[in-house]
Design a protein around this ligand. Structure first.
Ligand SMILES: Nc1ncnc2c1ncn2[C@@H]1O[C@H](COP(=O)(O)OP(=O)(O)OP(=O)(O)O)[C@@H](O)[C@H]1O
Length: 257
């Protein structure tokens, strides 16, 4: 995928502390339109906190978050979502008692706005149904559309979660550890799914599986102790000594599973 020079998301000197403990300590990052970028870093580095800041779930102590050039610091998750940003969570977040199709339909309708009475119109309902079908196909779950979310395999639940995330057709997608807990084959399939659903979008993902990261993204940002210590191509990150010392060295030294 070719990224453009247009900056979609920018973090400027972002800080967040909990009580007296600084967790995000001056994070700077630029994400360009069409880019796939992985955020990696040791456990506790602040990756999920950074996602919470970007998506409006946590308010920054200081600094700026610009989405499409607009400062979104302090906006609610709902408002940030309306500006074209959708995120998934580390923990699977589906309705287990609803079918796959109903899960996706609810996500599509939510993206139209529950309070929007226009979705009751036939034309809008048709659009909702059409988008639901599209997402069912995109996330590879069409054959399981009538299966209850809770009856899906773990990997299929994660695929459904990706479907829920992309349902609203957001231009910027944040995925928090989409392959966590998967086997190697499941991770490879999930990476392909992420590749296909992110075509024409901008993707920021937290990911621990280096095989997935190196095969999928254009750039990698490395977060250590609340600061982005490097942001570069996978090859450059692999050769970066500071990164090796802080993170990759220890990961790559582990025997393959
Ligand atoms: N609401 C909170 N209140 C207090 N401390 C918090 C809060 N949220 C996160 N932290 C702390 O911030 C630090 C960073 O947590 P965070 O979950 O962002 O790290 P992470 O890089 O995503 O880690 P992991 O890879 O293990 O998921 C941790 O020490 C965590 O305990």
């Amino acid at each position: 995928m070719s990224a453009t020079d247009l900056v979609i998301l920018e973090l400027r000197k972002l800080h967040r502390q909990f009580g007296d403990t600084p967790i995000i300590r001056g994070a700077d990052l630029q994400l360009k339109q069409g880019e796939r970028l992985a955020l990696i870093g040791p456990n506790g580095a602040g990756k999920s906190t950074l996602f919470n800041l970007i998506s409006g779930r946590t308010v920054a102590s200081s600094g700026e978050i610009l989405l499409h050039g607009r400062d979104i610091s302090g906006l609610s998750p709902f408002q940030v979502n309306r500006l074209g940003l959708a995120r998934s969570f580390q923990i699977t977040n589906i309705f287990p008692q609803l079918s796959v199709r109903e899960n996706l339909r609810a996500a599509v309708m939510s993206s139209h706005g529950y309070r929007n009475v226009f979705w009751r119109r036939l034309s809008t309902l048709r659009a909702v149904n059409q988008r639901t079908e599209e997402v069912l196909l995109s996330c590879g779950l069409h054959a399981q559309r009538d299966t209850l979310g809770g009856d899906l395999s773990y990997a299929a639940q994660r695929a459904l979660e990706i479907g829920i995330t992309i349902a609203g057709d957001a231009s910027l997608i944040l995925l928090d550890e989409p392959t966590a807990g998967m086997s190697r084959d499941e991770s490879a399939a999930a990476a392909e799914l992420i590749r296909s659903v992110s075509v024409g979008k901008t993707l920021l993902m937290i990911e621990h599986d280096m095989e997935v990261v190196f095969g999928l993204v254009d750039r990698i940002a490395v977060l250590v102790e609340g600061r982005i210590i490097a942001c570069d191509t996978p090859e450059a990150i692999r050769g970066n000594r500071a990164v090796q010392a802080a993170y990759l060295g220890s990961v790559e030294a582990e025997p393959a599973a």
